[in-house]
Design a protein around this ligand. Sequence first.
Ligand code: FUB
Length: 458
Amino acid sequence: MKKSLGYLLILGVAGLMKTSTAFATNPLIMDQFTADPTARIFNGKIYVYPSHDIKAPPEYKGKPDWFVMEDYHVFSSSNLTDWKDHGKILSQTTVDWTDPTAYAMWAPDCVFKDGKYYFYFPAIAKPEGKAESATEPKRPEFRIGVAVSDTPYGPFKPLPNYIQGVKGIDPNVLIDKDGTAYLYYSQGKIFVAKLKPNMTEIDGEPITIDNLPTKGLLEGPFAFERKGTYYLTYPHVENKIERLEYATSSSPMGPFKQTGVILDESESGCWTVHHSILDWKGESYLFYHDRDLSPNFDKNRSIRADKLFFNADGTIQKVKPTLRGVGLVNAKSEIQIDRYSEKSAEGVAISFLDQNNPHAGWKTTFGAAKSWVRFNEVDFGRGSQKSIKVRAKTNASSTLEIHLDKQDGPLLGSVKIDDAADWKISSATAKKIPKGVHDIVVTQAGGEAVDVDWVSFK
Ligand code: FUB
């Protein structure tokens, strides 16, 4: 997954300007850590509001090896493939009530009502009142704030104070068919409160949602309505780390009935799994996070998307987490086959291109003859591409065959990679390339082990 000079320049100034990243695969965002994604559709585009993990800066004085989050970015896409970073929309230093040294801008949400966009975010409030004693200062408390904008990408103006009567994290707002808005949030348990029409105050007391698991942490609620059923989905620690579960009800405030599991615990061991669910062009998607760019530290997370399916009775099928993700990949782009859909049981290994810079992405090592990877949903457009290019490296020489749709499908071309001490781009003439969307299978057809960065059809 080589990045061009242009891309490296973009990385250098990230945060200062609006940038475009093009990743149809998981994780969705490569140039920074992102977590807790809430995906929404505004004006025909997908907007994702994640939280933003960073490496602890020297001035961070909080708990070691913990979440360090000082601001929020918002990302948008019209096709689930190309994601645009709209830059920073809110920071701990620009909200009056937040402790500007806490680095605790946790999972947010954003909704549209009556011409305005309301961004809800949890953060640690500046200490209020007297210390309990000289040795026991007042404990930091999470509160939930609101920032308002005329557009989904800001500028967002934070209200001077947090929502009164609410203490907790992970705000999520459901606007019901009759226009009534409900604020869900967590603090060990999950709570819900009606919002007043101004969207910034609660109407009555919050209530605890009953009938949910009573053992193991519950957090990160995401509620939605579908065909008259209200779904409350939430991360829950049933065993050792979080998985995604859901409960259903005929009313937004419950009573809810535990209904099933949406996503099993991550094989990577990532402890948290905050999420949201989005319907887009007739399909449903789960947005969630894992620790793709930080395998050894699960507080530096990365957002992902995978397809989610409902059964005819309204129950949700378990989501299969993938590296391939959900966006179509243009055949002319640098196809990151390390984000494969399937691979041979033996002979294929995926590793970072640069161990010191995970943001540069991964490579695929084909270590045995006949080892292969399948990469789904490549868009050849009108077809007829003339050549196949592969960025690869091998110590001797090696040949890669690229087949259409399946291992023994039509051969699109054989690319010979000669001995090269460093990465180089090798080409071959393409055989007849069809039009439309197809899977490709890349197989090591002979020779020595070979590292592959990307494959492209020109
Ligand atoms: O990102 C910080 C916290 O981790 C979130 O608020 C929780 O939902 C969990 O993902």
